[in-house]
Design a protein around this ligand. Structure first.
Ligand code: AMP
Ligand code: GLY
Length: 422
């Protein structure tokens, strides 16, 4: 088969790595890809949000199957456009991608189908949102309703902070979403990412993972896309998994079908494990980044038949084998991220890391004359496996020390929570 992977981050490098090992994969392309991906796939210079060009390339290059990494392509309707031309794709239609694209849509679905989530209200003007915040008090959470590249959520410790967040959303016309904003109850507990393949009707649970959203050690500083992740998550017991499937995932799958927007693709539930049980914080309609990297490290089966079955509606009776080992990834980012940072800095030492120590999934790199340079905020993922998370952690931190990059940094405590728990 001729496969196109859309995206150019660490998630897409991990997907390309897994797909390239499939016996069904004859030709692998990635748009736009990165320097690491270019070693295993032909990189095509088209950005993930350029739907028209991706469709044109897929048609002209007789692509059989398009695997879509980032949410932006899905929300913009890439799957719908490909389907019109009879090209198969992995991922939801724009209608179903609203689960991630609109927090209001997701929250309303939760109420209608009795899915546990934080209590909330939707607002379309600042004054009513502010009135509600004053009534409810702090801590309280303010969310812009639309894709905001991880910047749309404010966890406000005080009423004043929440009011400022509302002002910012209202005033920032460039980002103001027609869906308005959501104000919701602050939930306490541990967060868990849970991944399930869904073919419209049937579900195939993948695994749990936990990521580290804050930029600094001990979970300090601003939120990022994720500074590291590990799988399995020790907190995810069989009992908890059954609860998540029964109370959250299955009603969502049923609800989406009933709403006329059946969900196909990978459903990534961002959960808060509260004293009242698991509650849904958010849905993502794609693999997590960097969670995907650790899932791919643990997957023992060929991934491609599972992605195809997701598209074809044949996930019933499908199963996947997983390694019992743990996987952990450390993100190496450019100093200044998630704020301003430099790009174009030389990175050395990657070749000295052996594959049994760590795999390096590139997130934002380019190469010139065989040398690697940084090309974004999150730049590299250093992924290791081990009997337990602490063993994988030791290997990954051993490997990362061999990398020379003056402008790079990483957290020194990825996996701490899991290691403390076990
Ligand atoms: P979201 O994009 O909605 O997942 O929000 C980003 C992050 O904000 C989540 O991963 C949580 O860490 C935090 N968060 C979101 N909603 C809540 C909430 N209701 N209570 C506490 N933390 C939240
Ligand atoms: N790691 C968080 C995300 O992919 O949204």
């Amino acid at each position: 088969m001729r496969i196109l992977v859309v995206g150019g981050g660490g998630r897409e490098h991990a997907l390309c790595w897994a797909i390239s090992a499939s016996s069904l994969c004859e030709n692998l392309y990635c748009a736009p890809g990165n320097a690491g991906i270019s070693k295993i796939a032909e990189c095509i210079d088209i950005q993930a949000n350029n739907i028209k060009e991706i469709v044109r390339f897929s048609l002209e290059s007789s692509i059989d199957f398009v695997v879509i990494g980032p949410e932006v392509s899905l929300v913009l309707g890439l799957v719908d456009e490909l389907e019109k031309l009879g090209i198969k794709a992995f991922g939801p239609t724009a209608g179903a991608a609203k689960l991630e694209g609109s927090k209001g849509f997701m929250k309303d679905l939760c109420i209608k189908y009795n899915i546990p989530t934080a209590a909330y209200e939707r607002f379309y003007d600042g004054e009513s949102a502010k009135k509600y915040i004053k009534e409810k008090g702090a801590p309280i959470v303010v969310k812009e309703d639309g894709l905001a590249a991880g910047k749309g959520v404010t966890i406000a410790a005080s009423i004043e902070e929440a009011l400022v967040a509302v002002e910012n959303i209202i005033n920032n016309n460039s980002r103001l979403s027609p869906n308005g904003l959501v104000v919701e109850e602050f939930l306490m507990g541990q967060e868990l990412s849970y991944f399930v393949l869904v073919d419209g009707t049937n579900t195939l649970p993948l695994a749990g993972a936990q990521d580290h959203k804050k930029v600094g050690d001990k979970d300090t500083g601003p939120n990022t896309g994720g500074m590291g992740a590990y799988s399995p998550a020790p907190i995810l017991t069989d009992e908890l998994e059954s609860k998540i499937m029964e109370n959250i995932i299955l009603p969502t799958v049923k609800g989406m079908a009933q709403e006329g927007t059946p969900f196909k693709g990978v459903l990534y539930a961002g959960l808060m494990l509260t004293s009242e049980g698991p509650k849904l914080l958010e849905y993502n309609v794609r693999f997590g980044d960097p969670e995907c990297q650790v899932l791919m490290m643990r997957l023992r089966s060929d991934i491609l038949p599972a992605l195809l079955a997701t598209n074809q509606g044949t996930l019933d009776n499908f199963s996947l084998r997983w390694s019992q080992e743990a996987a952990l990834t450390i993100v190496m980012a450019a100093k200044g991220y998630p704020g301003k940072y430099e790009t174009g800095e030389r990175i050395v030492g990657l070749e000295s890391i052996k594959t049994d120590e760590a795999l390096i999934f590139h997130a934002a790199t380019k190469s010139k004359n065989g040398q690697f340079f940084s090309n974004g905020g999150r730049v590299l993922n250093i992924c290791s496996t081990g009997k337990e998370i602490k063993n994988a952690q030791k290997k990954a931190y051993g490997a990362i020390k061999k990398i020379g990059w003056k402008g790079g940094f990483y957290r020194s405590d990825i996996g701490w929570r899991a290691i403390n728990q076990s």
